[in-house]
Write a protein of this length. Structure first.
Lengths: 866, 292, 297
């Protein structure tokens, strides 16, 4: 009996598993393809979710690199016209030159056929006015996934002053005209709107999908006249056009800002502390269609007619349209078409904004804005897919007219002709003959593994692959969730004589960097450097650059580093009787300062540091040499270390926890109000330096100063801490090419904050390339590079300060510290763990300082002798 | 008369003693399971609160101890695990895909091999058996890298076979069964041989039925062992979607305390069921005795 | 020990048996060779080399530096200590329970099942529960505080070894007990009956009948116990970290740490040494078992 029951149970479990996995029925067999941009994470996530557990009918992604828009278009068009092309087509109207080209190819499959067969799919769930934008002659070729709305920000006061009803959500062209006239008279204002909307107006006259246009008529000419009148009332303003504070200042009546999603209605408001207390959200209607706001789809999806597995493709579209996926997309691409997702985001946005404003802001006003957006979206919308080709023609001719070089009649006629021929005469993209496969080149592939927050690697890979034909680098990224698995894989494959050819990592990736290097698993880079006369090592800070040398062999090259610094105020320093000159300060001075501070603040309600302060940072910067790897000796029982532990025990109560600090407020505010005295900052790479300068100046004026961490010995230099480093595997077949890649990583182009194409080389450390650092510092001193606002946030509260150019004084402060840097003191991750554990035991009182130091000593000895 | 009373008294005392010892032992042994079950019925928040002291750097005053009685009994943890995390079921399935072939394979290979080592004399039998045992004693860290190289040569790396095949040929099964088969008196085999039976017949009809208990034990032990392997799948499988549940569970750290207990219970369930299912065979085998 | 018969029919029999033996053992031998023997020789090779980038042959240098390493010596000492303490202990405990459960009292099958349960619990959950119990503010210390005894630092003191042994016994005695039970049941009841008729007491029965007949299972249990002693270190790392208190730093810690630090050769050398020691121990037990078995038949 018992056996029978257990057997049943087991079968039951097995059955439930299999049933949960059979998402996909046995019908679909073949895989389907899709082309995706690298940064299209929303779609990528949906694909991954779709593929999960699916053995057949999976989606294969072909990735297009971020700035390769040309390539994307060309590939898409030529593949589609050749009858190949992706099975699922993602269309971004802003990335394509011409919609008509795609329509003319006639490759889109009528989705209505698939929708009809699927009982579970309800069109009602989606924004009705928007989803039909892809329907032509009753056939649904394209399905929008998200859309944007053109929004105008104003205030109730402005509307009232100029006789416009605050309940009218959508302004017509006449309304705009009236407002502009009234504004000009009353305010003598220089601007009534920051940017004149244009394309939306023409919607009445042209429909890119049905390919109809009618410009050569009286109606259009009347529009042109009115538009011209409007145009004359606008002056272009050089200032930051996100600045909502211009509204109550009376300098502008309307601000034209795009709505990329629900959150962006609230974003301008969020950044400006009480600048506007009565905001109003409006939209405008196309000519001749009063009351209809304009929506533009930002991303559409279609199914290729030649797709072999349309059921799976439709399943995927349903995944894209599911509430979860739409909620993701609603953060990036625009307002989601899925109503449920929209409602969820709306709810979530107001909650999030309310929370982040900490109750300081006007929640009422925020809620009003959300309601107003709701009215616009749920009102009458006209949704047309933009065709940039048509748009170009129209704006060109319109400009001609506005500038006076063509008459109304001439301009409108030309417009009509050109658009007509555009629709008809577009030569179908040349049947690009399938290129005869070139004689297969011997391409060596180098593998590179890196971590997720190292964007500069991606940029460097692109540079390398573009400039090398016979070697290509294939990069694999690992996220921080993945790290443990990756470490095990890495150690095993390296020991087995394999592993990636190139590795970009942080020293704490390996439990013991020194032991790993000692095995010789990574190549000695010295021969490569010596063999390359064009490589100038003087371009790099030697203390950092040479940190990868062990026993005269160079196993890695550091790319970024940090010198730990603190920001404090001059008044604090003087009240603590600290004089910080060129030579920095010592641990003893810190100890005295802490004692004095505690003596004068016995209540203990004040803090000294912010929550980032920790023992290991103090230890690393102290300059204490505690481990001798060569001779396998340790000196944790030395006076210096024990004193440091004792000092830290005194400091610990003066360091607030993260929660406490968040409840007290924003960190710069705390510094200003002397709630804390010293803040431990992120590495002072140029962009952060400028940013911190702006924030500190805004709150502390001239009073702030950047100081290094204290050292154990007086006048000692400041040990750096290594961030990202790069190594070549000793087994790598083409070390010369790998070294070329390293040179790219070290070049100014990649070491700067942004490449010359404007892509971010996101990393948190300071560049080892001194020219990258110095040149960027100079750039940041220029006023033109410092516009806009900087958000200051601790995750709970947000506010903003104006950006200012970097001053010489602050730059010199930072330079002074850099000029005093010392090589890093290597502490393996394993050793740091042991130290932390020992410290914990001491802080919690389980051990005395001497006992804790002794235990650390023993354990580290154990480690060294293994 | 008094002797009889005395004997029944001493019997009674002995029984009492035995039962007490057993109950105490049972509590000690069951203690973690009970903890798991109770904690799996609490809400995530409660669990995290109760065991927050495990995190380092958290300052808690006083002692906390163990929380056995939930403030509110709820099955939400199970719900979270099964439905909110879709990967759970997939990994469960992966565990099954890996473990079942290993169990079946090892049993088949082992009965054949054990018979040979126990009853058939062939050259180098004893030294070979000795090496079987020795090799089994090597810790996995040592064989990991050579295995990696081996599997790479065989082009098996990354597929399930990389984990399953080494598992099937583990020498544990041969070892266990050989010890049992050795206990079966040789007279059986002699008798069969007299009757003209071939080796295979002897094996199938005579030895095998007597080993039911041992085979059942083997199945249970192999199942439990392989249900819990972590390092080999981690290294030899190339895709996170192929990982079995044991890997996932080993990575549940304090950040996921909320579902850790429910996960543990669900993970334990199949092993438990297998044991319960096979237990009768086990008992049968144990109770079978005598020369018949 | 093999008798070299040169008589015709006998030879044929022996060869036939040998062939049959090899045939039956073939699948096992093939797999064993491929997945165990070859890797073993590979790691043997590593013992005599150095470096990963370019492996050089260095002869006995690895062995030399191993013995010079204080960490290795500590690990070796601790492992031997642990083994010497825990093996007899677990054997006695398992045997006692097996004997108790071998009688025909009510409810015993239930207890039998119970004993297996610790094996079934996944490792991660075991760790979690044991962490809770032995933490500074955990269960045991709370109980002690009720009686006014100050908290004991369980894992970071000399107590650590005791705890590890307890963990080991807790987890594995069920396993061993079942095997010993099976072994006990294979001893024909008639032997006991005839012994009792001859007037032997239970102690004598135990020494002369139970133990000798238990030899094969007993040997098996001992060997498995050694293996499990190494497996318990999976729990040990997670409980006490890579560098625990001095008294529980074992060979497994040594090897695992070297693995993570890519010291492949060090690892292999230590493993080889360990294998040699265990090999000696096992061969010793093996010989005793063989002798006891021979005495019976």
């Amino acid at each position: 009996m018992k056996r029978f029951i257990t057997l049943l149970l087991m079968l039951g479990i097995l059955l439930s598993c299999t049933s949960c996995l059979s998402i996909d029925t046995a019908r679909s067999n073949s895989d389907i393809s899709i082309y995706l941009f690298e940064q299209d994470t929303a779609t990528r996530q949906s694909v991954e979710k779709f593929n999960l557990g699916r053995q057949k009918g999976k989606i294969n992604i072909q990735t297009v690199a971020a700035e390769r828009i040309e390539d994307y278009q060309n590939a898409l068009l030529s593949d589609l016209s050749n009858g190949k092309g992706p099975d699922i087509i993602m269309l971004y109207p802003s990335y394509i030159d011409s919609l008509a080209q795609y329509l003319n190819l006639d490759v889109f499959y009528d989705l209505n056929a698939l929708i009809k067969d699927d009982k579970a799919f309800k069109l009602d769930d989606y924004a009705d006015r928007v989803i039909d934008c892809g329907v032509k002659d009753g056939k649904r070729y394209l399905f929008p996934l998200a859309y944007t709305v053109e929004a105008l920000f104003s205030t109730e006061e402005i509307l009232k002053t100029h006789n416009l009803s605050i309940d009218k959500r959508v302004l017509s062209l006449e309304d705009m005209l009236a407002l502009s006239k009234s504004f000009k008279e009353a305010q003598n204002g220089d601007m009534f709107i920051n940017a004149l909307p244009s394309m939306g107006y023409i919607n009445h006259f042209v429909d890119p999908l049905t390919q109809t246009a009618s410009f050569d008529n009286e109606e259009f000419k009347m529009f042109m006249e009115q538009y011209q009148a409007l145009h004359q009332s606008v002056t272009v303003v050089a200032e930051n056009s996100w600045d909502l504070s211009l509204l109550p200042q009376g300098r502008v009546a309307l601000l034209n800002l795009p709505i990329y999603g629900v959150h962006s209605t609230l974003l301008p408001y969020q950044l400006y502390d009480k600048a506007v207390s009565d905001p109003v959200l409006l939209s405008y209607s196309p000519w001749g269609q009063e009351g209809n706001a304009i929506a533009t789809p930002s991303v559409l999806v279609a199914v290729n007619k030649n797709c072999a597995n349309k059921e799976a493709a439709f399943e995927f579209i349903k995944t894209l349209l599911s509430t979860d996926a739409q909620m993701e997309r609603g953060q990036i691409d625009g307002i989601p078409v899925n109503w449920e997702a929209y409602e969820e985001i709306k709810e979530d946005s107001s909650n999030r904004i309310s929370a982040s404003t900490g109750g300081i802001r006007d929640e009422e006003a925020l809620r009003r804005l959300t309601t107003q957006l709701d009215e616009i979206i749920k009102g009458d919308l006209i949704c047309r897919i933009q065709d940039p080709g048509v748009g170009n023609i129209i704006s060109k001719e319109l400009m001609n007219y506005l500038a006076g070089s063509k008459t109304k009649e001439a301009a409108s006629k030309d417009m009509q002709d050109r658009v007509n021929s555009y629709f008809k005469g577009i030569p179908s993209p040349e049947q690009t003959p399938t290129p005869t496969p070139a004689a297969p080149r011997n391409v060596t592939n180098l593998t590179l593994h890196y971590m997720e927050d190292q964007l500069f690697v991606k940029n460097a890979i692109r540079y390398f692959n573009d400039s090398h034909t016979d070697v290509q680098i294939k990069g694999t990224m690992h996220s921080s969730k993945d790290i443990e698995n990756f470490k095990t894989m890495l150690t095993t494959s390296v020991m087995a004589g394999e592993g990636p050819d190139l590795l970009v990592y942080r020293p704490n990736l390996f439990n013991s960097l020194t032991k790993t290097m000692a095995t010789g698993a990574f190549a000695d880079l010295n021969p490569l450097i010596e063999g390359d006369p064009s490589f100038d090592t003087s371009a790099f800070y030697p203390e950092v650059f040479n940190a990868g040398v062990f026993n005269d062999k160079r196993y890695f090259i550091p790319l970024y580093y940090e010198i730990s610094t603190l920001v404090t105020s001059k008044t604090s320093l003087s009240s603590l009787a600290l004089t910080l000159d060129e030579a920095g300060w010592t641990m003893n001075e810190l100890k005295d300062a802490i004692h004095n501070y505690k003596a004068s603040n016995p209540s203990g309600s004040q803090y000294f540091f912010d929550h980032y302060m920790n023992f290991l940072s103090l230890l690393r910067s102290s300059g204490l040499q505690l481990v001798d790897y060569q001779n396998k000796t340790t000196s944790f029982q030395s006076k210096g270390f024990i004193e440091l532990m004792v000092l830290y025990k005194e400091i610990a109560p003066l360091v607030p926890s993260l929660d406490t600090e968040l409840s007290l407020g924003l960190t710069p505010v705390l510094l200003r109000d002397n709630v804390v005295r010293m803040i431990y900052l992120d590495p002072q790479k140029p962009s952060y330096l400028a940013r911190n300068n702006a924030i500190a100046t805004s709150y502390l004026g001239d009073d702030f100063v950047i100081v290094p961490f204290p050292t154990y010995e007086a006048g000692a230099k400041y040990p750096v801490r290594l961030f990202d480093v790069v190594s070549i595997n000793a087994q790598c077949q083409d070390q010369q090419a790998a070294f070329d890649f390293i040179k790219i990583l070290l070049s100014e182009e990649i070491q700067k904050t942004k490449t010359s194409h404007g892509f971010y080389n996101d990393t948190s450390g300071m560049p080892v390339n001194r020219y990258a650092y110095l040149n960027e510092i100079e750039e940041l001193k220029a006023p033109s590079n410092n516009v806009g606002l900087i958000a200051v946030s601790n995750g709970v509260e947000t506010t903003s300060v104006k950006s200012i150019p970097l001053t010489d004084e602050v730059a010199d402060m930072a330079m002074g510290i850099i000029n005093h840097m010392a090589p890093p003191i290597h502490l393996d991750q394993e050793i740091e763990n042991i130290i932390s554990e020992g410290l914990q035991a001491y802080l919690s009182g389980k051990r005395t300082a001497e006992q804790a130091a002794k235990e650390i000593d023993e354990k580290v000895s154990l480690f060294l002798n293994e | 008369m008094s002797i009889i009373i005395k004997r029944s008294l001493s019997q009674g005392i002995r029984k009492l003693f035995v039962y007490t010892v057993l109950v105490l032992a049972a509590i000690l042994l069951l203690f973690p399971i009970i903890t798991m079950l109770c904690n799996a019925m609490m809400e995530s928040r409660e669990v995290i609160e109760a065991y927050a002291f495990l995190g380092s750097g958290v300052k808690i005053e006083g002692n906390i101890g163990l929380k056995l009685i939930p403030d509110k009994v709820t099955l939400i943890q199970y719900y979270n695990v099964l439905f909110r995390k879709p990967t759970f079921l997939m990994m469960f399935w992966n565990s099954v895909i890996i473990t079942v072939p290993i169990v079946v394979g090892q049993i088949v290979v082992s009965v054949l091999g054990a018979y040979a080592f126990a009853k058939l004399k062939f050259p180098l039998r004893e030294p070979l058996f000795f090496t079987y045992i020795i090799v089994m004693l090597m810790p996995f860290q040592v064989t990991l890298v050579p295995n990696f190289i081996m599997l790479r040569q065989l082009k098996l790396l990354g597929s399930y076979a990389a984990v399953i095949l080494p598992g099937i040929f583990s020498t544990f099964g041969v070892f266990l069964l050989r010890q049992f088969m050795v206990q079966i008196p040789d007279e059986y085999c002699e008798a069969a041989k007299m009757d003209g039976a071939g080796y295979f017949f002897t094996f199938f009809k005579i030895i095998l039925p007597q080993c039911k208990g041992a085979v059942a034990s083997l199945a249970i032990l192999v199942f439990i062992d392989n249900w819990n392997i972590v390092e080999q799948p981690l290294i030899f499988l190339d895709n996170a979607s192929k990982y079995p549940l044991s890997v996932f569970l080993s990575q549940i750290n304090l950040s996921e305390l909320g579902v850790a207990f429910a996960c543990g219970v669900l993970f334990m369930l199949p092993a438990l069921l297998v044991f319960l299912y096979g237990e009768n065979y086990l008992v049968e085998g144990i109770q079978h005795s005598g020369l018949k | 020990m093999k008798k070299q018969h040169s008589h015709g029919p006998f030879l044929k029999l022996k060869t036939k048996e040998a062939l049959a033996g090899l045939g039956f053992a073939l699948p096992s031998l093939a797999g064993f060779g491929l997945f165990f023997v070859v890797p073993f020789f590979l790691s043997l090779y590593y013992c005599f080399t150095e470096g990963i980038g370019d492996m050089r042959f260095v002869g006995l240098k690895n062995f030399q530096s191993l013995f010079q390493s204080s960490s290795f010596r500590l690990a070796l000492k601790n492992t031997l200590r642990f083994t010497v303490l825990s093996l007899p202990l677990i054997f006695i405990v398992s045997l006692s329970f097996a004997l108790i459960l071998n009688t025909k009292m009510k409810g015993l099958p239930f207890f039998r099942s119970l004993f297996i349960l610790p094996l079934v619990i996944p490792v991660a959950s075991v760790i979690l529960v044991w962490q809770i119990v032995f933490h500074d503010k955990g269960f045991l210390n709370t109980v002690l505080s009720f009686w006014g005894i100050p908290a004991i630092d369980w894992l970071n003191s000399e107590n650590a070894l005791a705890i590890l042994i307890m963990l080991y016994i807790w987890k594995n005695c069920g396993y061993n007990m079942i095997l010993l039970l099976a072994g006990l049941n294979n001893i024909p009841k008639e032997y006991y009956e005839s012994a009792r008729i001859d007037g032997a007491g239970s102690l004598l029965c135990f020494w002369k009948i139970t133990l000798p007949y238990l030899a094969p299972s007993g040997f098996f249990v001992l060997v498995i116990s050694i293996i499990n002693a190494f497996k318990v270190f999976r729990e040990s790392y997670q409980l006490a970290g890579n560098y625990p208190h001095q008294s529980i730093y074992m060979l497994q810690n040594f090897m695992n740490n070297n693995f993570h630090n890519l010291s492949l050769q060090r690892l292999s050398t230590a493993a080889l040494l360990m294998l040699i020691i265990i090999g000696l121990l096992v061969s010793f037990l093996f010989r005793i078992e063989a002798r006891m078995r021979r005495n019976l038949s």
